[in-house]
Design a protein around this ligand. Structure first.
Ligand code: GLU
Length: 310
């Protein structure tokens, strides 16, 4: 039976996973994220065509946070090509927290190890083409509108400002990279763009569609028109497997086995090659920054529908 025909089982899984929200905590290092409801859990799934299963309150919107790193990587690769992008950011997992500076200092050359940690994502964002912050952000939003078919997607200014005003760790990563010629941008401009990118607001359905396009070799949900080149969709999925779930990516690969990326707002986007996109929102996080109930829900879905790619 396909996933979309088993709505009853999915509702039960969502209810069961919901009980895990009590063990997590909403992110508070970005002040505006503190207001999220920790009991929330919602899910959307796209399978094969436009079929969609939803459970929980899927109208609720939340900010992409680190999930944006997958999308900016796609855009930077389309803008600059693999050679240039990977001359400034590596391809290896770190095993460190997402905002750690340690590997920048201990590795030579001093480039970020991968595009899914903050240092790497900042370097990737600096490679998006455009002559101003507005133009770069506009291109990113247009790209997201195209992938999701939802042209009402915007960024949340309150969350963006809240992060910008408190992003001293990310500032320090930028200055470190500027000193070592990984980036040459004005740091405040780069942080403004990065915090706006992280504050782009989506629903679970939008996430499921983005996950579906990446799963489906970069082709659009309905028209099957290519939006992301095949080789880039493959690179995205590979990074999602090796470093998409912070420093829990290894355990997640064993327990769930689906390419996925999470963000500190509580979103998780998952892409099962070749035909399933999953979007989850559950803001109560575990100590690594992953949605507590979202991880449980993905584990149940993977087991029930045999979704592991391994
Ligand atoms: N905007 C967040 C930061 O840079 C993203 C972190 C995340 O979701 O992992 O700290």
């Amino acid at each position: 039976m396909s996933i979309c025909q088993d709505k009853e089982a999915i509702d039960v899984m969502v209810e069961e996973a919901k009980s895990y929200t009590q063990y997590g905590k909403v992110a508070d290092y970005i002040p505006a994220l503190k207001v999220a409801d920790p009991d929330m859990l919602s899910l959307a799934i796209y399978e094969n065509d436009e079929t969609c299963v939803t459970a929980g309150n899927t109208e609720e919107t939340f900010t992409l946070q680190s999930i944006s790193k997958v999308i900016t990587l796609a855009l930077a690769l389309m803008d600059r090509g693999e050679e240039e992008v990977f001359s400034r950011v590596g391809m290896e997992p770190t095993g460190d927290p997402f905002n750690s500076i340690i590997k920048l200092e201990t590795h030579s050359p001093s480039k970020p190890l991968n595009p899914m940690i903050n240092a790497g994502a900042l370097a990737v964002t600096s490679m998006i083409y455009g002559s101003s912050i507005d133009e770069k952000l506009g291109r990113l939003l247009t790209f997201i509108h195209e992938i999701t078919g939802n042209s009402s997607i915007r960024y949340d200014d309150t969350v963006a400002r809240s992060e910008y005003e408190t992003a001293n760790l990310n500032r320090s990563l930028c200055y470190y990279m500027k000193q070592h010629n990984v980036i040459d941008d004005n740091v405040e401009h780069l942080l403004e763009l990065y915090t706006k990118q992280c504050a782009i607001e989506v629903s679970c359905k939008d996430l499921a569609k983005i996950g579906y396009v990446i799963a489906n070799e970069g082709k659009h949900v309905q028209s099957q028109r290519p939006i992301i080149p095949l080789h880039i969709a493959r690179i995205l999925k590979t990074f999602m497997v090796t470093c998409g779930m912070y420093n829990a990516s290894g355990e997640f690969a064993i327990r769930v086995g689906i390419p996925a990326k999470s963000g500190v707002s509580g979103g998780i986007m998952a892409s099962v090659p070749y035909g399933v996109g999953i979007g989850i929102y559950g803001p109560a996080l575990d100590d690594k920054g992953n949605s507590m109930a979202g991880m449980k829900l993905l584990e149940s879905l993977s087991q029930r529908f045999d979704l592991s790619i391994f």
